[in-house]
Write a protein that binds this ligand. Structure first.
Ligand SMILES: NC(=O)c1ccc[n+]([C@@H]2O[C@H](COP(=O)([O-])OP(=O)(O)OC[C@H]3O[C@@H](n4cnc5c(N)ncnc54)[C@H](O)[C@@H]3O)[C@@H](O)[C@H]2O)c1
Length: 282
């Protein structure tokens, strides 16, 4: 699996951040790429740059919440390359707020993109990947927020716990089926990407920017935490090196920030001891 010449790597959310860097690093290793994103401008720019350096790449512009479009993407990828070796279900968005004040539509948006987007990718790609009857990988991006509860982003945490647990179930079912497809789940802590600017692609029917909650001090304070922390995140190049190495080493859970390991163990201990959750300490 670790010789990438001629291998096909598929990535959703490939126009920016972690997805874009995955595309660049796999391309540098000799892979062919099938890339998808809702961000037409940045995906087109990436496609142009990759093609200019001789990379075989095809792109699709769509919203991962649209299952029909995901199916068409899978069909087009298999028609173009005949195979898929690595499928990254990576597209994701974040929101912040207090649970009892945050607009319900924030929840719908996060669940649709971060959970159903992944389910759509699994349903569209995995049956054909199983049929290939060769070793290949599906890699879902959750977050450290799928292993630890942080207080700023309830819908994000809930969506990432869901994407992590559904990937665990996927792995169990692939094992049960005797399939050669293996699953992985990526759990990064803060990485310096464009995630804090994700509102720009939010569907109009799922967003009312005039909602009074977005004018409150509570929202502004929580948003400021995300805006400032992203700048201090791990460089995306380093995060992606860790991710690729984790896949090569056949790690199921791929964590990028060992500084949180103690907190993950403390959470597990707290659960069996029945202790009330407290803010995460490093
Ligand atoms: N950056 C971090 O600190 C961090 C930490 C943990 C997990 N993650 C996860 O990593 C993944 C990648 O995020 P990133 O940090 O690179 O952010 P990013 O915003 O730089 O990249 C995410 C990409 O997903 C695309 N996207 C968003 N909604 C989409 C939709 N509905 N359909 C298709 N594409 C869509 C965006 O256009 C963007 O190109 C996400 O799942 C995110 O939750 C990021």
């Amino acid at each position: 699996m670790n010789d990438y010449k001629g291998k096909v790597v598929v990535i959703t959310g490939a126009a920016n951040g972690i997805g874009k860097e995955l595309a660049r690093q796999y391309a540098a290793k000799g892979a062919k790429l099938s890339l998808a994103d809702i961000d037409v401008e940045n995906l087109s720019g990436l496609e142009k740059d990759l093609k200019a350096s001789g990379v075989e790449v095809s792109t699709a512009m769509f919203d991962v919440t649209n299952y029909g479009a995901m199916e068409a993407f899978a069909q087009r990828t298999f028609a173009t390359y005949g195979t898929v070796d690595f499928f990254f279900n990576n597209a994701g968005v974040i929101s912040v707020g207090s649970i009892w004040d945050q607009p319900l539509q924030d929840w719908k948006w996060l669940m649709d993109v971060n959970v159903m987007g992944i389910v759509h990718g699994i349903k569209a790609f995995v049956p054909a990947m199983i049929k290939q009857d060769k070793e290949c990988r599906i890699i879902n991006t959750a977050s450290i927020a799928g292993l630890l509860t942080v207080e700023n982003s309830p819908a994000y945490v809930a969506s990432k716990f869901a994407s992590l647990s559904l990937t665990e179930v996927l792995e169990l079912q692939l094992q049960d089926a005797g399939s050669k497809v293996k699953a992985h789940v990526i759990c990064p802590a803060v990485v310096a990407t464009d995630l804090n600017n994700c509102l720009r692609h939010r569907a109009k029917e799922l967003y009312n920017p005039e909602d009074p909650y977005y004018q409150t001090e509570d929202y502004k304070k929580r948003d400021a935490v995300v805006q400032s922390s992203m700048k201090l995140g791990l460089p995306v190049e380093k995060a992606v090196e860790i991710i690729i190495e984790g896949i090569e080493n056949d790690q199921f859970y791929i964590l990028t920030h060992p500084v949180y390991n103690l907190a993950i163990v403390a959470r597990a201990n707290g659960i069996v001891e029945g202790i009330r959750p407290a803010k995460v300490k490093r």
